[in-house]
Design a protein around this ligand. Structure first.
Ligand SMILES: *Cc1c(COP(=O)(O)O)cnc(C)c1O
Length: 372
């Protein structure tokens, strides 16, 4: 059993992917072409976000959004961004790379997402952005977030890297419920192991803000909105035609893949019976996509070893929270006990659209047997 068998996942569409590659090779056009434009339209329609700009990675998508707001004068260097402490480090890199200041909020011990009740005490006159992360594929959204955004005039930038296809339990700022279309702008990742994965790096900015989309598009292309004329000191961060063609193939199957993941998650939910294991909690009315199926146990290290002895692969998302990383020494003294506890207890079990129910049952049984 592999934790995530990308060969089998993409192997299901091998013919269509090879055909797409052949078309791009034969076209002689590899960047800034019609396949990227087509994929952007498809993703925009799928998400219900009117503007989509493809870029080089999920991290770049978040960096470009924040840099775009800086260029537009909506935020300024040194402004504060409220971010969940319990996230992948890339979320925070996008903030500090733009010389903005992360203010870490503790998670809910139910959803592991940012606890929206803990946002308000962190708000200062310099707070300009809330950056919720839809961790493990479950939307971080509720009416409280909408209220806070309106009351304090805060931009909401979603880190939707793990949540392509997930739906929130209530409407976002613009009426829709899909991750990526809930806040003012969202960063999406097509890293190969994400639910909508490319065969290399890729990302996209989705937004309801047309001026932002235009600035982001220029920033991702050296800061140029017209060839050889540079408005901004930009980057080179583009999705290439090959990846766009692959992603159009995979997007057509995303809902089916996500349904399959939910079915397997239900099998885990039903068959893991050891009371010592905390299973994922799903917000009523929401539709998660189980990018990861994460359980929790204080005896995690022993559990990992027991499962490994049966050749069951597991991973930890994530063993070291951003504020404890070597690159963020200035934040080491912060005390974020819930985040630190999760880093010690969470364990991701294998889940993917190509796993069988028998494999899931085998993992669940192994987990139950550990406590016998
Ligand atoms: C994967 C991921 C990113 C970064 O995406 P890349 O495409 O790898 O740059 C950012 N945030 C979260 C939560 C992620 O899981």
């Amino acid at each position: 059993m592999k934790f995530q068998d990308l060969q089998r996942i993409n192997g299901r569409y091998a013919e269509a992917l090879k055909q797409a590659a052949a078309e791009v090779i034969d076209s002689g056009w590899y960047l800034l072409g019609e396949r990227v434009a087509k994929f952007e339209r498809e993703l925009s329609a799928y998400l219900g976000a009117p503007y989509v700009v493809a870029c080089g990675s999920g991290l770049d998508a978040l960096r470009l959004i924040l840099r775009g707001y800086l260029e537009m004068g909506k935020i300024a260097e040194g402004d504060e961004v409220i971010v969940p402490a319990n996230t992948y480090v890339a979320t925070v890199l996008a903030i500090t790379d733009n010389r903005l200041v992360p203010r870490f909020a503790e998670p809910s011990l139910l959803t592991y997402n940012l606890d929206t009740e803990k946002i308000e005490p962190l708000i200062t006159p310099r707070t300009k952005v809330i950056l919720p992360v839809h961790l493990y594929g479950q939307c971080c959204w509720d009416v409280r977030l909408t209220e806070l955004s309106r009351q304090y005039d805060l931009l909401v930038v979603e880190d939707a890297a793990q949540a392509c296809g997930a739906e929130a339990a209530c409407e976002g700022l613009f009426g829709g419920r899909k991750a990526g279309a809930l806040g003012h702008a969202a960063g999406i990742s097509f890293y190969p192991s994400k639910n909508l994965g490319a065969l290399g790096d890729g990302g996209a900015v989705a937004t309801h803000d047309k001026p932002l989309a235009e600035v982001v598009r220029a920033l991702a292309n050296y800061g140029s909105d017209r060839r050889y004329y540079n408005k901004y000191r930009g980057y080179n961060s583009r999705l290439d035609e090959l990846q766009a063609a692959f992603l159009s193939v995979r997007l057509a199957y995303l809902d089916e893949d996500n349904r399959r993941r939910r079915t397997l998650a239900e099998v885990y939910d039903r068959s893991i019976t050891a009371p010592e294991v905390v299973k994922p909690y799903v917000q009523t009315g929401g539709l998660p996509i189980y990018h990861q199926y994460v359980v929790r146990s204080p005896r995690r290290e022993e559990l990992v070893a027991a499962l490994a002895s049966l050749e069951i692969p597991t991973l930890i998302h994530y063993p070291v929270p951003p504020h404890k990383q070597a690159c963020y020494a200035a934040y080491h003294a912060l005390s974020l006990p819930l985040t630190e506890r999760l880093a010690e207890e969470v364990l991701s079990l294998p889940i993917s659209p190509v796993m069988t129910e028998a494999e899931v049952l085998f993992v669940a049984q192994a987990l139950n047997d550990f406590w016998k």
